[in-house]
Every structure is written in structure tokens, then in C-alpha cells.
Design a protein around this ligand. Structure first.
Ligand code: CDP
Ligand code: MG
Length: 715
């Protein structure tokens, strides 16, 4: 059978015919044909993500180009593609494929492509009219991820279907925006009043109960972790059959909870203890973003007869993924979120209370196929006083540096008047411009520099990219490529739950640190990477050293991909080269300084450090750092990121010498955001620029306060 006829005759599987969306197949296909923009909404689990792309495929859209479907989360993109490839009876990567950062599972044959929103944004950089695609489906728009919001604006503005022909497309691009809840009218208005297609769905009642463990003042994870485990076990022993879904905030917490659950569930005597005698055991499954794909698959499989499934997940299970059979929810009430903290002036990963709408969404997961129950471990007071009504869109709470650089590279110069669905505060845009200027990605006129043009090619945070490019300029990228790769995968160090094992693991990790020679967290990453790569049996080496083999395996692949990008850039573009005399360790750390000079801290008293970016935030070295407990011997350090719990912690730390950042630091204070703001709005004329330069010079002569400050430091 030829490919074409096979595709044309494939229908929908019996299971998928039961989904609410199936009734509306023909009218959905027609609606996409009739409209350039379409908003589709329906309850989570109604079949939007898995079915609609197949309907579009069956309607023949693939003849004009790929059907691209974006997801804010990589796990969702991968698992959904797996599922859809099964439903379409093809092997993954052929007709149905996926692409996420550092993992491209598509071929020439791929016509239905699931990908992260970040990937599509990169594709637009290379091909602004998306000539490969006939339809773009922006899925999970209600999540309001930064990249999806930017894509919405770009698709509205730059690839507006009305001016397609002039931009080299043969047929107009279709855009479908899918959203689980509420904001559909707003989306429709934003997209020029396009139609909204609502898939009616049925849900069953869910009884929600408040607990008493978490009140207004409790935000320590140890408190809610224990309680979550206790409640989940109570559900298991007291409630009738049906699977459990537990919501926690992140990988390490989830692994801890699974260990605890496993230990306790082992000791239950199922003959007497569990009320519903059909339940004979508990199958505990973790679910988080960076999990390997083969493990993710298990989540969706029904448990063996007599076994109750308990999935312990991050927020990913709230809307992106639907697990059938869930009847009980245990809600911790917390989520891990990246927030731009203006007090600290950085993006901080924080554990924060979820919003009320999020809590309702979580509870709703128990009522998809029958009535369910939701156990909240927090009390009513916490609900009323600590939980906001709605979640703030990511664009209004995180750093915009990467996306602003992307926009600028796409020729969107006026980043302030860009069509945002929800406008970020102007000071966030300013902050991003300032950072881009500081790392030489844009010049004073707001134009992308040679370096900025190189930086945008790397799917890494700007600081890390800058450090990597510095190394490349000095011909020592071999030092930085592995580090960049290691910082792009999940945590490589295993910390077992068992105390004795934990001690052994700590011992092994200390040994690795000692072997790394110069003592800092970045060098250890480099050393682990090199040692493992050089060993005869890398997986055994990892096991012996309590290192995640699969994390390292992905680091190897990421490193190769980054190397390839670098090679391509070297061949294609003008690549700056410099010389350096000095030893390797210094060279390495100086390269890091080039990217991380915005993350510099100096020890003030005892174990407390103060950041040097003008915010003067008090920070502590995180216990996971090899420099923890050696703070007394340190003076200046740089760090990769920041975690806030009861304190502000800096993670992945490296001692440096003030000399190395001395010339860079004034840059942090040199630019007045108000000046950049006029730059941001439009291209400045030469006349304006001259005025600006004069003003700057005058400021320098009168001795701006920051320069005084640094002079004092030098003495
Ligand atoms: O996108 P929406 O929330 O409307 O629904 P969906 O993700 O398309 O899910 C439709 C059905 O497919 C649900 O019953 C899921 O449990 C199922 N599904 C699955 O079994 N395995 C996956 N990897 C993804 C979805
Ligand atoms: Mg979906």
C-alpha cells in the first residue's frame, strides 16, 4: 500500500472514538479550512492534543506542509507524539515525530510534528514564514508560557495570514490555538475576533476536602512532604479502588516522596489493612519533566489487576498530560515556579502556593471518568489568605532576556510595542535590554551585535552562552562545552533516600571533587564528564560513583550538539579570535566570568555573601555545593543560579579573583535604563545618539557614584 493511500484510509481507533472531541471531527476540520485563526477549547482530557492534529491530517492538510503542534513542556511533546504515533500505526519519528531541545526525533517523512514552543521559536529564526508548515497548533495556550505568548504575538504580527504571498508561502498558514479554560474570548479578540470552537465535555463531581497540616505560615517542604505521603497512604488504605495522583513541586522532592511511600507501602499487610479488599498493592510512579521517556510511558499503562497506581507528579499532570483511571487527588498546594524577583534582580526558582484556579484544575483531574475526591493538605485559611485567584502569566514574572534577543534577531526592533497578549511591565523589558547590552549582545542603539547574532543560535541561557563563546574565542571550548551540557541536563548527582547509602554517596562525590583538582562546582562538572567519557564502561562508572548515567548520557549528546552549532557558526560567520596567556584553571574561570559577571557575589561577613549587581542581595552557598562549609576561605565568587527557600541560596559556585571582573563590573552600572528605553522604542538617529554620548561623558566626568564605589573597592 502506498504511503498516501495508507494515510487517507486510516480512521480513528475505537478508544479515541469515545473521546468528546470525536463528535465534532467534521465541523472542526471544516472550521480550520474556513478560518486563518481558530481558538479551540474543551475540558482537559477531551482529546484536543491527541486527536485534533490527526483530524487535520485526515483532512489532508499535510499535503501543503507539516502539521506542527507546540507544547510548553517537553515531556508532553514526547509522550503525546508517542501516543499519536501508536494511534496512527506508524513508528515514532516517521509520520509522527517530536522535537524538543537537544532531542530531534523527526525525519523527512514527518508530517505531524509535536514540539516545544521554544523549538518553534527557534525554527522561526531560521525560517520566518514557517514554509515547512501548513498548520500550526499552539496547544495549552492557557498555561501562558513565555514562549507560547511570544509565538502568539509573532503569528499575529509577522506571519499574519493576510500578507502570506509576498513572504514566499504558497498557501496561507493556518493557526489553531487550543486552550483548556476561560481566557478564550480574550484570545479570540487578540487574534482579530476569530471564531471559538467549544468542545462540550462532561465531567463528574469531585468532592474536595481541606486538611489541617498546612496553614498560613508553613512553606517548608519537609512539612508538606510528610503530610502528602501520609494522606496518600490513608487514601490507599481507606478508600475504594481507583488510582491516586499526588501533586508535588519537583524532581528531588518527588523522588523522596516515592522512597517514603515505597517504604511504608511495603509494610502494609494487605490482608487486613486495606479496606477495599480488591486492592492488594500499590504501584508508585514518579512523573517529572526531565524523566527518561521509557519510564514516562509506564505512567499511562493501566496497573495490573488488584494493584492501585499512585502517580507522584509535578504540575505537568494538571493539564498537559491526562492519566486515565485517576479517582483521588492529593494536593500539596505548592508549585515550583521561576519568578523574576525584583528585590534580588534575578530569576529565582521558588516553591510558591498555587493559585485557586490551579487548585481547581488539579482537583478536576479526579472527575474525568467517574466521581472522585480531592484531598488538599492545606486548610481553608491557607486557601483564602495565601493562594492568589489566578496564576500570573510567565511573561509577567520571568526574565525576558532570551526572547527579547530572539525578537530582535527576527527584526522586531520595537520590543515595547510588540503585540503581547498580556504586556510585561516595561521595567522587565528594560532589565532584559540592559542584560543584553551588558553581555554585548546588543549595542547602545539596541541593534544586535555580531556576538548577539552568535548567541541566539545556542539554546542556552545568555550568561552560559556568553561564557561558551568567550571560550570559543580563546580556542578553549573543550573546557566549556561539557559544562554547558552538564548544566542543561537534570541533576547528575544521585542522593539516595537511605541514610547509610547517602553517606556513601556523599563520600564518593567528595572524592570526585578532590580528583577534579581546583575546587569549584563548574570544574567538578567538567571532570565528571571527562572521567566518565574516558572510562571503559561509563554506565558502571556512574553506578560506582552515584552519578545518574542517563543524565550523563544526555550530557554527552548535548555536548556533541553544542559542538556542532559552534562548528557551523565558525564555518559560516566571522568568528572573533583572541589570545590568552595563563594557566588552564585561570583561563577556564575567566571564561566563566565573561558570562557570569552579572552573578558575582562577595563575602561580607561569616558565611554571608552580597551580590554585586547593585541589588546587594544577601546570599548563601547552597549545601549541594562543594564550597559549602569553606565559605570562610572565600572572597569573590560567581554562581550559575539562585534558589530561594527560607534563604536565598546560590548554586554551582566558583571562586574568582576580583581582578578578573574588575573591568566588567562597571558595565553593570554603566547603562541608564531610561536611556536604553528610548533605544528600545525605535532605531535612534545619529543626532540622538550623539546627545546621549555627551550626557554619558558628562556623567563620567562628575564621577558617577558607581565608579567611585569601584575605585574604593580597588584600594
Ligand atoms: O488535550 P486534551 O486534554 O483535550 O486531551 P488529550 O491529551 O488528547 O487526551 C485524550 C486521551 O488520550 C486521554 O484519555 C488520555 O489519557 C489519553 N492519552 C494517553 O493515554 N496517553 C498519552 N500519552 C496521551 C494521552
Ligand atoms: Mg491537551
Amino acid at each position: 500500500m502506498s504511503k498516501r493511500t495508507k494515510w487517507d484510509t486510516i480512521g480513528n481507533s475505537d478508544d479515541s472514538k469515545k473521546l468528546p472531541i470525536y463528535q465534532h471531527k467534521a465541523s472542526l476540520q471544516q472550521a480550520v479550512k474556513d478560518n486563518s485563526f481558530l481558538v479551540v477549547t474543551g475540558e482537559t482530557g477531551s482529546g484536543k492534543t491527541t486527536q485534533l492534529p490527526q483530524y487535520l491530517h485526515q483532512a489532508g492538510f499535510w499535503r501543503d506542509g507539516r502539521i506542527g503542534v507546540t507544547q510548553p513542556r517537553r515531556v508532553a511533546a514526547i509522550t503525546v507524539a508517542q501516543r499519536v504515533s501508536q494511534e496512527m500505526r506508524c513508528s515514532l519519528g516517521r509520520e509522527v515525530g517530536y522535537q524538543v531541545r537537544f532531542d530531534d526525533c523527526t525525519t523527512e517523512d514527518t508530517v505531524v510534528k509535536y514540539m516545544t514552543d521554544g523549538c518553534l521559536l527557534r525554527e522561526i529564526l531560521a525560517d520566518p514564514v514557517l514554509s515547512q508548515y501548513s498548520v500550526i497548533v499552539l496547544d495549552e495556550a492557557h498555561e501562558r508560557s513565555l514562549n507560547t505568548d511570544i509565538l502568539l504575538g509573532l503569528l499575529k504580527q509577522t506571519i499574519s495570514p493576510t500578507d502570506k504571498a509576498s513572504k514566499g508561502r504558497s498557501v496561507p498558514l493556518k493557526v489553531v490555538v487550543m486552550s483548556a479554560t476561560l481566557e478564550t474570548d480574550k484570545l479570540s479578540v487578540f487574534l482579530g475576533g476569530c471564531p471559538v470552537f467549544t468542545i462540550p465535555g462532561r465531567t463528574f463531581p469531585v468532592i474536595s476536602r481541606f486538611g489541617c497540616a498546612i496553614g498560613q505560615k508553613d512553606t517548608e517542604s519537609t512539612v508538606y512532604l510528610k503530610e502528602v505521603v501520609k494522606v496518600a497512604l490513608d487514601v490507599h488504605t481507606c478508600e475504594m479502588s481507583g488510582d491516586i495522583l499526588v501533586f508535588l513541586t519537583g524532581q528531588s522532592e518527588i523522588e523522596k516522596a516515592c522512597d517514603m511511600l515505597y517504604e511504608k507501602a511495603e509494610s502494609i499487610d494487605y490482608r487486613y489493612d486495606v479496606q477495599d479488599r480488591t486492592v492488594e498493592g500499590l504501584l508508585i510512579l514518579p512523573l517529572y519533566g526531565s524523566m527518561p521517556t521509557d519510564q514516562q510511558k509506564q505512567i499511562f499503562q493501566p496497573p495490573p489487576p488488584g494493584i492501585r497506581k499512585c502517580v507522584v507528579a509535578t504540575n505537568i499532570a494538571a493539564t498537559s498530560l491526562t492519566i486515565d483511571g485517576i479517582k483521588y487527588i492529593v494536593d500539596s498546594g505548592f508549585v515550583k515556579q521561576l519568578n523574576h524577583n525584583s528585590r534580588v534582580g534575578m530569576d529565582i526558582l521558588e516553591v510558591v502556593p498555587i493559585s485557586k484556579s490551579e487548585a481547581q484544575q488539579r482537583a478536576g483531574r479526579a472527575g474525568r471518568t467517574s466521581a472522585g475526591k480531592c484531598f488538599r493538605i492545606y486548610n481553608q485559611e491557607f486557601w483564602e489568605k495565601c493562594m492568589p485567584d489566578y496564576t500570573v502569566p510567565e511573561i509577567q514574572r520571568t526574565s525576558l532576556t532570551s526572547v527579547i534577543l530572539t525578537l530582535k534577531c527576527l527584526g522586531v526592533h520595537d520590543v515595547i510595542r510588540f503585540p503581547y497578549l498580556d504586556r510585561p511591565e516595561e521595567r522587565f523589558i528594560m532589565e532584559a535590554l540592559k542584560q543584553l547590552y551588558q553581555c554585548d549582545a546588543i549595542d547602545r542603539r539596541g541593534k544586535v551585535t555580531l556576538l548577539g547574532g552568535l548567541m541566539v543560535e545556542f539554546p542556552l541561557p545568555p550568561g552560559l552562552t556568553r561564557a561558551l563563546l568567550q571560550a570559543a574565542t580563546l580556542g578553549c571550548e573543550d573546557l566549556l562545552l561539557p559544562v554547558a551540557a552538564m548544566l542543561s541536563v537534570e541533576n547528575i548527582f544521585i542522593r539516595p533516600g537511605h541514610p547509610a547509602k547517602q553517606k556513601e554517596a556523599d563520600e564518593k562525590h567528595r572524592m570526585l571533587a578532590a580528583q577534579a583538582g581546583s575546587c569549584n562546582d563548574f570544574t567538578i562538572l567538567l571532570s565528571v564528564f571527562e572521567k566518565c567519557k574516558a572510562s571503559d564502561d561509563p554506565s558502571a562508572w556512574c553506578k560506582a560513583h552515584y552519578i545518574h548515567w542517563r543524565a550523563l548520557k544526555s550530557a554527552f549528546s548535548v555536548e556533541a550538539q553544542l559542538r556542532e552549532i559552534l562548528l557551523r557558526l565558525r564555518q559560516k560567520r566571522d568568528f572573533p579570535m583572541e589570545k590568552f596567556d595563563g594557566n588552564k584553571s585561570e583561563l577556564f574561570r575567566r571564561c566563566l566570568c565573561a558570562g557570569y559577571f552579572t552573578n558575582v557575589a562577595r563575602r561580607s561577613v561569616g558565611k554571608v555573601f552580597t551580590t554585586m549587581d547593585g541589588h546587594g542581595t544577601m546570599v548563601h552557598i547552597h549545601p549541594s555545593s562543594t564550597l559549602f562549609d569553606q565559605e570562610g576561605q572565600l572572597d569573590w565568587v560567581i554562581f550559575h543560579d539562585v534558589l530561594a527557600t527560607s534563604r536565598v541560596y546560590i548554586r554551582t559556585v566558583c571562586p574568582i579573583r576580583y581582578d578578573w571582573v574588575k573591568d566588567l563590573l562597571p558595565k553593570l552600572h554603566e547603562v541608564d535604563v531610561y536611556d536604553l528605553s528610548s533605544v528600545a522604542r525605535q532605531e535612534v538617529t545619529d543626532e540622538e545618539m550623539a546627545k546621549w554620548e555627551t550626557k554619558e561623558a558628562a556623567k563620567r566626568q562628575t564621577g558617577g557614584s558607581t565608579e567611585d564605589y569601584f575605585k574604593k573597592l580597588e584600594k
